[in-house]
Design a protein. Structure first.
Length: 293
C-alpha cells in the first residue's frame, strides 16, 4: 500500500512551492493593473556647447514638441517611449569674451529624437494625487547644423568641412555623423487632474556623444589648404570674424567635452487600460492577472 503520510507530504510540498512562486512573482502587482498612457509634451529647448557662453544660454532658447506612450508597471515604475522634434541654436555675437565674439560663428539645428526611458515615481499618484519622479534612458537623434549669410539665406555647414574634415593633412578629422546616441535623464512632477488625466512638468538633459551639434570642435585648419581644396566659402564660414584668419591649430572650439541639449516643459497624458468597463478605461478598481487558487 502507498505510504499515505508521504503522499500527503509530497502533495503539500508541491502546493506550497506553487503558492510561494505565485506570491513572489505577483505580489508587486497583486493590487495593481498595468495601465497605459498616451500623451504629448510642449516646452523649450536649449543647447550647451562651444557657442554657448554659459552651461545653458537662455538667450538662444528655442522650442520642442513631442509625443509619447507609457506603461505603468507598478505605482512606482513607468516604462515609456517617445519622439520629440526640437530646435536649438547658439551664437558668438552676444558673448562677453571679445575673442569669441570676434570669432562670430553661429548655428541653428533641428533635433529629431526617439527615446525609451524608465521613470521612478516617489509616490503612488492615485493615493497622493501627485508625485515627483526621476527618469533615465537611451535615445537616438538626428541633427543638421546650419547658419545664415548676410542676406538671411540658410547655409548648410556640414558639407563645407570647416575644420578640414576629409583632408589627408588631418587624418583625425573624419566627417561627423548626423545621427548619434544620447542619454536622456532628468526629473519632474506629475499631477492627477482626473482619474484618466495626468499633467506634469519636467526638465530633461541629453548627454550626447558628438561635439558637432554646432559644427565646432577642434582647432583651425590651414587657411591655404582649406582655400585650395574646398574654396572661399568654406574659409568664410570657418572664421567669420574681423582681421586675419587664425593660424593653423589655434583653438576654434574645445573637444574636451561633447555637446548637450536640454528639454524643459509640460506634459499631458491620458490613462487607459486599467479598469473592467466596456472600453477598458482607467478605474479605481485595480486588478491582477495572477493565477487564483
Amino acid at each position: 500500500m502507498p505510504n499515505l503520510i508521504a503522499l500527503r507530504n509530497h502533495f503539500m510540498s508541491v502546493i506550497s512551492r506553487k503558492v510561494l512562486v505565485t506570491l513572489f512573482v505577483c505580489l508587486p502587482f497583486a493590487v495593481f493593473g498595468q495601465y497605459w498612457q498616451v500623451g504629448g509634451a510642449l516646452g523649450i529647448s536649449n543647447y550647451s556647447g562651444d557657442l554657448s557662453q554659459s552651461k545653458v544660454d537662455m538667450r538662444y532658447t528655442r522650442y520642442h514638441i513631442g509625443l509619447f506612450v507609457k506603461r505603468d508597471l507598478s505605482p512606482h515604475v513607468t516604462l515609456g517611449a517617445g519622439f520629440t522634434y526640437a530646435r536649438i541654436a547658439g551664437a558668438d555675437s552676444t558673448n562677453k569674451n571679445v575673442d569669441l565674439r570676434n570669432r562670430n560663428l553661429s548655428f541653428r539645428s533641428p533635433i529629431l529624437e526617439g527615446h525609451i526611458r524608465l521613470e521612478l515615481n516617489l509616490f503612488d499618484i492615485d493615493d497622493k494625487g501627485w508625485t515627483p519622479y526621476v527618469f533615465g534612458g537611451v535615445g537616438v537623434f538626428n541633427f543638421y547644423p546650419t547658419t545664415r549669410d548676410e542676406n538671411g539665406d540658410v547655409i548648410r555647414l556640414r558639407g563645407l568641412n570647416t575644420e578640414g574634415q576629409g583632408l589627408k593633412q588631418y587624418p583625425d578629422r573624419k566627417q561627423y555623423n548626423l545621427t548619434s546616441v544620447s542619454i536622456p535623464f532628468g526629473a519632474g512632477v506629475k499631477f492627477l487632474v482626473r482619474d484618466n488625466l495626468v499633467a506634469g512638468f519636467e526638465v530633461g538633459l541629453r548627454k550626447t556623444f558628438t561635439d558637432y551639434l554646432d559644427d565646432v570642435s577642434k582647432g583651425y585648419a590651414d587657411y591655404n589648404t582649406l582655400l585650395a581644396t574646398y574654396g572661399a566659402k568654406t574659409v568664410k564660414y570657418a572664421y567669420r570674424g574681423p582681421g586675419t584668419y587664425p593660424v593653423e591649430g589655434f583653438p576654434r572650439g574645445s573637444q574636451k567635452y561633447d555637446d548637450w541639449y536640454v528639454f524643459t516643459g509640460f506634459t499631458l497624458a491620458y490613462r487607459f487600460g486599467g479598469g473592467k468597463g466596456p472600453y477598458n478605461h482607467w478605474g479605481k478598481q485595480k486588478v491582477s492577472n495572477c493565477p487564483k487558487f
